[in-house]
Design a protein around this ligand. Structure first.
Ligand code: MIC
Length: 643
């Protein structure tokens, strides 16, 4: 068996491990961050939960750090009180990004982790079954229920050889994206194995696992081996280690191989993580910004390599070198090693540990100017600048380019490989978290709700006969950043659905919220989309806010896993075209009619919808459980009805 199947088998609550079938997974740990966590806590309140039922749940404040008015700060207080109330560990602002912190402080090989952030999969680096999901699914797991997902195929990627100087883990995942594109991992778990692993530290593996999300994969896993053990020993957590390896005769559903020794520096051009080419093809492009850090390059080595490359050098005039340490501890480690000096003396701009510009919270580039980033995503406008031009690359490429002021192949900066040993005593101090109080004390804690914290809207169930206009038609690869943007103007409203819904689709068509409100008084509406609709972030706001505005049906070429689950959780019917070309046959303003929804969904996978009188075949891939959730009016209603 593969590591992935061993992990699934150990957590299987329902179903069989047949690819394509729905399985239920027992969840040991959960992770939430502030941008999705406020909704999760409101959902726990709406469910009437007393105390979390997981082995461990942790809540991180890493997104909304700007505090330009009371909203972010109110959210932080709310989250802290909710953590005390429900029995969750709280990580205050300043500690850093959820993913590296969780892996370092709470990660345990062999355990399952569900997180309301699509990059939760980063913890797969430690041999965990770590999956990103929408907030409602995480709230349900916190309440002790299984997480339901389609049993994925296991995609074994054999690594051989050793990375050459100037090439690093980011180039491995960019090569995967070059080969397979942003939907290459659909309904698959990517598992890395083979002799090349011996040369990849756990933080390198984290980079590769993190951006498995960009391939649309259910998750990524690595074995738990000697390197995993060494990492846990360094953090004083030796007891957490246990070995987990794939068996020699493992059967893989899909296979691939990468010779690390032949890999060259890669870069994703604007504005998709799948738009990857070798760096050598784009050298000489002038740059405005080089951005280091984020959950996609969170390790000590990722900043340390930049510091070494920058020693006694200066950043080119006019280039902004933005330093975003992933955690308080990594910043302290760099400082203790004297490397922070090199970064700052060269001209770096130091930002606080957190998500920051990765999700458009500051550091937005000048319009149309090239920004090179080690972050995981470059969807249009995500940086905060509408006409942005963001490229994704390794710390080596970002640093070499910062020095020269143009995109530079970093291999020319290395005569030999630089040794970057992890600090022998890295910073690790559990008291940077607030531990949850005992159950007896927790009962009396009152949730602190500032004026920006608005309870969940009550939504009615889907009617049995639907007749709705198409209010929006979009093409392929629309990300949740386009459906429900983030950034400084929008993110502070994550705990306020009526307010945040005003920003829905503003990148694509800013008349949508107004038109939807006008129309919702009448009937509700439909959205038509192409392939890979809803890729990217796990934010359930991308389902809940359009639903609040009256969205009833999405018909798409294909809907990305987390977004599809979020639609179901909030009672929106996700359908797919049987013939992808039918996308061209529907226009904005057409009327979609579907009569007898209940019988149609229960009666089979394919049926016809009427589009302005003519019939089009559509299909659903809902499990029986999901059909009932949908007909009940969403997951909260469904859970209430079970009681
Ligand atoms: C992202 O990369 O888009 C984030 C920040 O991790 C999001 C979280 C969010 O939208 O709050 C995600 O992927 O889930």
């Amino acid at each position: 068996m593969s590591v992935a199947r061993k992990l699934i088998e150990a957590h299987l609550a329902s179903g069989t491990m047949t690819p394509g079938e729905e399985i239920g997974l027992r969840i040991d740990q959960t992770l939430t961050q502030d941008a999705t966590g406020t909704m999760v806590m409101l959902e726990l309140e709406a469910m009437g939960l007393d105390r979390v039922q997981t082995e461990l749940s942790a809540q991180y404040v890493d997104h909304n750090l700007i505090q330009q008015d009371y909203k972010n700060a109110d959210d932080h207080l709310f989250l802290k009180s909710a953590c005390k109330r429900f029995g969750v560990w709280y990580s205050p602002p300043g500690n850093g990004v959820s993913h590296p912190l969780h892996m370092q402080y709470f990660g345990i090989p062999g355990r399952s982790l569900l997180g309301s952030d699509s990059h939760t999969c980063g913890a797969g680096a430690l041999g965990m079954l770590a999956i990103g999901a929408g907030g409602m699914d995480v709230a349900t797991a916190m309440a002790g229920q299984p997480y339901y997902v389609t049993m994925p195929e296991i995609w074994g990627v054999r690594l051989t050889g050793e990375l050459r100087p100037g090439v690093s883990a980011k180039d491995v995942i960019l090569e995967m994206l070059r080969r397979h594109g942003v939907d290459g991992g659909y309904n698959r778990i990517i598992e890395y194995y083979g002799p090349g692993l011996a040369n990849l530290e756990v933080w390198d593996r984290h980079t590769i696992a993190n951006m498995g999300a960009e391939l649309g994969a259910t998750t990524t896993v690595f074995p738990s081996d000697k390197r995993t053990q060494n990492l846990l020993i360094a953090y004083g957590r030796a007891d957490a280690w246990r070995p987990i390896e794939a068996d020699d005769d493992t059967h893989w559903d899909v296979t691939d191989e990468i010779d690390l020794g032949r890999l060259e520096p890669m870069i994703a051009k604007p504005s998709s993580p799948g738009n990857v080419v070798p760096v050598r093809e784009v050298v000489g492009e002038p740059i405005y910004q080089s951005y280091l850090g984020s959950s996609a390059n969170p390790g000590y080595r990722d900043m340390a390599i930049a510091a070494q490359m920058l020693r006694e050098k200066k950043v080119a005039e006019g280039v902004s070198l933005d330093l975003n340490p992933s955690s308080r501890g990594k910043l302290i480690d760099l400082m203790r090693a004297g490397l922070l000096d090199d970064l700052l003396a060269a001209g770096g701009r130091l930002h606080q540990a957190g998500c920051n510009g990765c999700i458009g919270m500051g550091q937005a580039p000048a319009s149309g100017r090239n920004s090179l980033r080690t972050t995981p995503r470059n969807f249009p406008g995500r940086s905060g600048t509408r006409e942005d031009s963001v490229w994704l690359c390794s710390p080596e490429t970002a640093t070499a380019s910062a020095v020269h002021g143009v995109i530079t192949d970093p291999r020319e900066c290395f005569e030999e490989k630089l040794e970057l040993p992890e600090p022998s005593r890295p910073f690790h101090d559990i008291t940077i978290f607030v531990a949850p109080p005992k159950a007896e004390q927790a009962k009396d804690v009152v949730l602190e709700k500032g004026p920006n914290i608005v309870s969940l809207p009550v939504l009615e169930a889907i009617p049995d006969d639907i007749e709705v206009p198409v209010l929006l038609k979009v093409g392929d690869d629309i990300s949740t950043d386009e459906i429900m943007p983030a950034g400084t103007k929008v993110l502070p409203f994550r705990s306020n659905i009526p307010e945040i819904s005003n920003f829905c689709f503003s990148v694509v068509d800013d008349t949508y919220p107004r038109r939807a409100r006008e129309n919702d008084n009448v009937t509700g509406h439909a959205i038509i989309a192409g392939r890979n609709y809803g890729q990217g972030s796990s934010r359930e706001h991308a389902a809940l806010a359009p639903r609040y505005l009256g969205l009833r049906i999405v018909i798409a070429g294909e809907i990305a896993r987390i977004h599809r689950q979020n639609l179901v959780n909030f009672g929106v019917l996700p359908l797919q075209f049987v013939n992808p070309d039918d996308h061209d046959k529907i226009s904005r303003g057409d009327t979609i009619t579907l009569q007898g929804v209940k019988n149609k969904l229960r009666g089979g996978r394919e049926f016809n919808v009427k589009v302005d009188g003519s019939s089009l075949p559509v299909r659903h891939n809902l499990s029986e459980r999901e059909i009932e959730v949908l007909l009940d009016g969403g997951l909260i209603e469904s859970l209430k009805q079970e009681h």
